[in-house]
Design a protein around this ligand. Sequence first.
Ligand SMILES: COc1cc(/C=C/C(=O)SCCNC(=O)CCNC(=O)[C@H](O)C(C)(C)COP(=O)(O)OP(=O)(O)OC[C@H]2O[C@@H](n3cnc4c(N)ncnc43)[C@H](O)[C@@H]2OP(=O)(O)O)ccc1O
Ligand SMILES: O=C(O)CCC(=O)C(=O)O
Ligand SMILES: [Fe+2]
Length: 362
Amino acid sequence: MAQQIRLKNEEAEIEDLTEFLIKAGHGVKGLSETELGDLPQQYIQPQSERPSCMKIMDESSIPIIDVSNWDDPMVVKSVCDAAHKWGFFQIINHGIPLEVLENVKLATLAFFSLPPEEKRNYFKHTSPSNHVRLSTSFIPEAENALEWKDYLSLFYVSDVEALTLWPAVCRDQLLDYMRMSQVVIKPLTEVLMKGLNINEINEKEWSAMTGSKRINLNYYPKCPKPELTVGVGRHSDVSTFTLLLQDDIGGLYVRAPDGENWIHVPPIPGALVVNIGDALQIMSNGKYKSIEHRVIANKINDRISIPLFVNPKPSEVIGPLEEVLKESGEKPKYKTVLYSDYTLHFYRKNHDGKGTLEFAKL
Ligand SMILES: COc1cc(/C=C/C(=O)SCCNC(=O)CCNC(=O)[C@H](O)C(C)(C)COP(=O)(O)OP(=O)(O)OC[C@H]2O[C@@H](n3cnc4c(N)ncnc43)[C@H](O)[C@@H]2OP(=O)(O)O)ccc1O
Ligand SMILES: O=C(O)CCC(=O)C(=O)O
Ligand SMILES: [Fe+2]
């Protein structure tokens, strides 16, 4: 990120964007609150990444699946078909109480409402741990154009660690949610494995698929020129799968199965969005697909979303599962990779659609 760019508007003169966003702890939320009329040039995305270049399919929708009975063969089929064809679906009647979800959203708002002097302590160079990291955009050091988002990223190791390290203003609500999320994570993993003809999941496979968790609190403040920038650029998640809780504003788009168009993911009260990540695409040898998605910025409203990334353990070596190769007779499409190498590769570059997967392709 350029260091010496001057931003001017009637209210504010910001000497140095990095200083303002990160060192002083304002983030892009603080920038939005200065009510600047123009977008700082660092946020201007190339034409091809702007919303005007998106072909949007209004009439289409990702599947909405009632998962009140995970054992129902129709539910199993709907989930596995959706993971194969769409890589994205919404689940309703999932068993996580509405109150728990509402508390997570309130806790997210509470964290971002902290004064900048407090938030600055969580940015990379001042955070007490690399398991707690507040950032703005995605990886400013690696990006050609910034994204209009702040996010707190929390890597879960244990309740004891989280109670010590995670910000007090949101930790209890997030831990409650993480605990409750098992009522989705366990049956969802089992169902997805059934679709690969794996009916018993051994200890090693659980760890390979769900051994680590990361929760991000995303804050997209309102933006003076949403047509010139993005909330999050095109990417696929590097997780096994992600459970995404969004508020009622909207703005998340996923790539349609035709690979060209984009489809909006409408907020549904109480629902969770599920998306397949790269790790599961690799383990299923491409049967389940991680899908490109992006968020457009909003001129009028702030928006929050909370992805819970369910991942392999960083120390896990992942590759196409033996059972999948045996059952299908297919050749592996991906090599085996150390999961932390894969994640680091993702964290060292711009969002680039499904570019991260090239790292594992044979
Ligand atoms: C769409 O916008 C996004 C998306 C995301 C995340 C999407 C996902 O799919 S998250 C799932 C990722 N999986 C995991 O976190 C589990 C596996 N974890 C690991 O392998 C490790 O924890 C690690 C991520 C490799 C970090 O290893 P560690 O030993 O702790 O080393 P560090 O020194 O802390 O970090 C190394 C390197 O990575 C960068 N980094 C680490 N964590 C984050 C983070 N949460 N957000 C951004 N960048 C991170 C860090 O800056 C270091 O880079 P250097 O160049 O300084 O070495 C997330 C954000 C979005 O906007
Ligand atoms: O905000 C959203 O709806 C999606 C965020 C996202 O894709 C991510 O954090 O990986
Ligand atoms: Fe994502």
